[in-house]
Design a protein around this ligand. Structure first.
Ligand SMILES: [Mg+2]
Length: 370
């Protein structure tokens, strides 16, 4: 059998729900567990894995809708499989759960292809960087002052991360005084030389966000993420015109059309993209190209180990989110996770694919479906 003959033999999907290490909340949502939906592809003796963080229902969409579009098809022709999968979602819904399921399969296909060709994923894609800069992300609104300080100083002092982000917009923007107090505490904890970012998760109104943005300048906040809902592109643009910090959004972008509208509306200073939602690496690269055509950088959202390979190939890369919840889960469930010391990730050069393998022994107790 030659490389071009390799076909995908099977598609499996399983869901694992992992409790958080403490209650977590941002401006508009609270959670105590996170579900990872894992896709495993097999082609001959090789396997590829990808995942998304979403509802267990993603696993059913993979099995019922997407698997028939890829089984017995070439393991190398990812673009073709991707088109068939998108068409299969027409009456199911491409955004949301459909987009997450599509992303997980696409990520598994890229991992499988790289493993079949015995290449690290970033070599298959063609790296333009030696490393991916990261920023520490957490600072949940549920944390007390001690826990906030402990997390921030852990990133900055122990791991050498040069940029960190905390959540604000608590309780749909009803706790602005506490938000600003936590920003001041964060600045005090990390010192003057570390970049400080905030994320309101769409918790403020436009007027509120403009007023908060002025106060954030006093703490030299450089990044104001989702000051208002990312559905409100006009609102993001209004805040952007009044803020010193970069205005950013995009984590709920499920297809290229959304990112095109966001860029055309001049709503953000930096496009955030989530490879586990937008349609996998295949769509991530297109999103990055659209952003580049508007002179904008791209920043990866969460799921750090799934972004690294793809972002290494993105010229207009700014950085990647080192998100506490997902870092913890990926470290628990997978071998091959990366060291964030110094504030960047360097994918392994001696491992094929994205380099991660599931630890079945650890994952089994968290399995809820599949
Ligand atoms: Mg966010």
């Amino acid at each position: 059998m030659t490389g071009s003959d390799v076909v995908i033999d099977s598609v499996e999907a399983a869901a694992y729900t992992v409790p958080t290490d403490a209650p977590e909340a941002d401006g508009t949502f609270a959670w105590d567990a996170t579900t990872l939906v894992l896709v495993t592809l097999r082609a001959g003796r090789e396997t590829g894995i990808g995942w998304t963080y979403g509802a267990a229902a993603c696993a059913a969409v993979v099995r019922d809708q997407l698997a028939p579009a890829v089984v017995r098809c070439s393991a190398l022709d990812i673009a073709g499989a991707w088109e068939r999968m998108v068409r299969s979602l027409r009456n199911v819904g491409r955004p949301g759960i459909g987009g997450m399921a599509l992303s997980a399969v696409d990520l598994a296909m890229w991992d499988l292809k790289a493993r079949l060709l015995e290449l690290p994923l970033h070599r298959l894609l063609g790296a333009v960087h030696d490393e991916v800069p990261i920023y520490g992300s957490g600072g949940f609104t549920t944390y007390d002052d001690d826990r906030l300080r402990e997390q921030l100083t852990g990133w900055v002092t122990k791991q050498g991360l040069p940029r960190v982000k905390i959540k604000i917009g608590e309780a749909w923007g009803s706790q602005v005084d506490r938000d600003l107090d936590r920003v001041r505490q964060a600045r005090e904890a990390i010192g003057e030389s570390t970049e400080l970012y905030v994320d309101a998760n769409g918790g403020y109104t436009v007027g509120q966000a403009v007023r908060v943005a002025r106060q954030l300048s006093e703490a030299d906040v450089r990044w104001f993420e989702e000051p208002v809902s990312s559905d409100d592109l006009d609102g993001l643009g209004q805040v952007r015109r009044h803020a010193a910090a970069d205005i950013t959004a995009g984590e709920y972008g499920y297809d290229l059309a959304y990112f095109g509208r966001m860029c055309a509306a001049r709503a953000v200073d930096c496009v955030q993209v989530d490879v586990t939602r937008c349609g996998g690496i295949t769509e991530l690269l297109r999103v990055a190209a659209v952003a580049a055509s508007h002179g904008l950088d791209v920043s990866g959202h969460c799921a750090p180990h799934l972004h690294v390979g793809g972002l290494m190939a993105v010229p207009n890369l700014r950085h990647l989110e080192w998100f506490h919840d997902h870092v913890r889960i990926e470290s628990m469930l997978f071998d091959g996770t990366l060291d964030p010391s110094g504030g960047y990730l360097r994918p392994a050069e001696d491992t094929a694919g994205h380099g991660l393998t599931l630890r079945q022994d650890r994952a089994e107790s968290y399995r809820i479906a599949g």
